[in-house]
Design a protein around this ligand. Structure first.
Ligand SMILES: Cc1ncc(COP(=O)(O)O)c(C=O)c1O
Length: 368
């Protein structure tokens, strides 16, 4: 797609249908498990719903455009996309590096399902990942990490991986393709949850992988067909419908996140704040170098678990929820899920409320 367009224009164009007179401007979902077959028995497109579906194809084309990939493949959830990518790239005998400070269910999957297959799994932090990549076959990076929001320098990591022929997979969930383009920084494959900002309304689970290596994408498509972790076509349509407004929503989320991070950093009840967009954040230099926007997540540390619950209770706008990227500003106490963070560590996902309302509400909830 043309570089002259801004990101909201790109998002709208990515979900636009062909201008065929009489056809809907916003096509609905194609709900089908089986399609009429042609006499051409070699033709594989749209025969059975586990292999392909026209609504997936529309969504995949939009995702590929936004990620700067030749191909995108949708999956039933972010985990379905990530685990399929790990199964395809890591084989018995491989050394696989996964984030120790990223989304916890990924390292749990690696430990429970990949180690017994004879794959050596090394869990490392964002700081340790460059050294670990020096003797790995497959590296999965997450940046900014969920929940601490450390940034991995993807250009540097890609150089290390490619010098030894290792594959670099990047989880782009927290940044979104409007925040960062891992493929252009050297990643071999993007994997992500579309359950978060891409769909943005906390009403659907979805995931995708995007890349430009034909063999890798073909292997992933085959894995999806055989393992069957597919996205329902109605769910694909929900994501497609939301994607057109991603530019607007994400812009506001980033703006709200920066305003919240700046405001709470000065509050006496807040111990520390992490947001890659804050000029004094340790990740700011790498974030500036590779991110176009710094995302909608802010992490902060309060005194204890009770202080996090009190923050939500005293607020009129915050909701307690463990997902992120939705239109509502939400708070999640990450120690609840076993993340290696202090009890009072809260991850805030900025929604699309008016910035002044949100900042005033959070400050008054902290004061209460
Ligand atoms: C960074 C990251 N990657 C992947 C996932 C998994 O996505 P899903 O819940 O859609 O399977 C999550 C879920 O929170 C996540 O935070």
């Amino acid at each position: 797609m043309s570089d002259r367009y801004g990101d909201s224009t790109r998002a709208v164009k990515a979900v636009s249908s062909q201008p065929i007179p009489g056809d809907p401007v916003g096509p609905g979902p194609v709900l089908a498990s089986a399609f009429h077959l042609s006499d051409d028995e070699g033709s594989e497109a749209n025969t059975y719903g586990r292999g392909s579906n026209p609504t997936w194809s529309q969504l995949e084309s939009a995702l590929a455009q936004l990620e700067g990939a030749t191909t995108a493949l949708t999956f039933g959830s972010g985990m379905a996309a990530i685990t399929a990518a790990l199964r395809v790239t890591a084989k018995p005998g491989s050394v696989l590096v996964v984030p120790a400070d990223g989304y916890y269910q990924v390292r749990r999957y690696a430990a429970e399902s990949l180690v017994p297959l004879g794959i050596t799994v090394r869990g490392v932090t964002a700081e340790q990942i460059y050294r670990a990549a020096e003797d790995a076959d497959v590296v999965l990076a997450e940046t900014p990490t969920n929940p601490a929001l450390d940034v991995v320098d993807l250009h540097r990591l890609a150089q290390i991986c490619h010098a030894r022929g290792a594959r670099l997979l990047v989880d782009n969930t927290t940044a979104t393709p409007l925040g960062q383009q891992p493929l252009s920084l050297g990643a071999d494959l993007v994997v992500a949850s579309a359950t978060k900002a891409l769909s943005g309304h906390s009403d659907v689970l979805a995931g995708y992988a995007a890349g430009s290596h034909p063999e890798l994408m073909a292997a992933l498509e085959r894995e999806r067909l055989l393992a069957g972790a597919v996205l329902g076509s109605f769910e694909a349509w929900l994501v497609l419908r939301s994607l057109g407004s991603l530019g607007l929503r994400f812009e506001r989320q980033c703006q709200n996140a920066l305003a919240l991070a700046t405001a709470v950093a000065r509050h006496p009840k807040v111990g520390s704040v992490r947001y890659p967009g804050l000029p004094d954040d340790p990740s700011h230099p790498s974030a500036v170098a590779q991110m176009k926007r710094f995302g909608g997540l802010v992490s902060l540390e309060l005194a204890d678990a009770a202080a996090v619950h009190a923050l939500v209770r005293h607020s009129e706008l915050l909701v307690a929820s463990t997902s992120f990227g939705g239109i509502h500003t939400s708070v999640d106490r990450r120690a609840r899920w076993g993340d290696p963070v202090p009890d009072g560590f809260a991850r805030i996902s900025a929604g699309i409320e008016d910035t002044d309302d949100l900042v005033a509400d959070v400050l008054s909830a902290l004061d209460a």
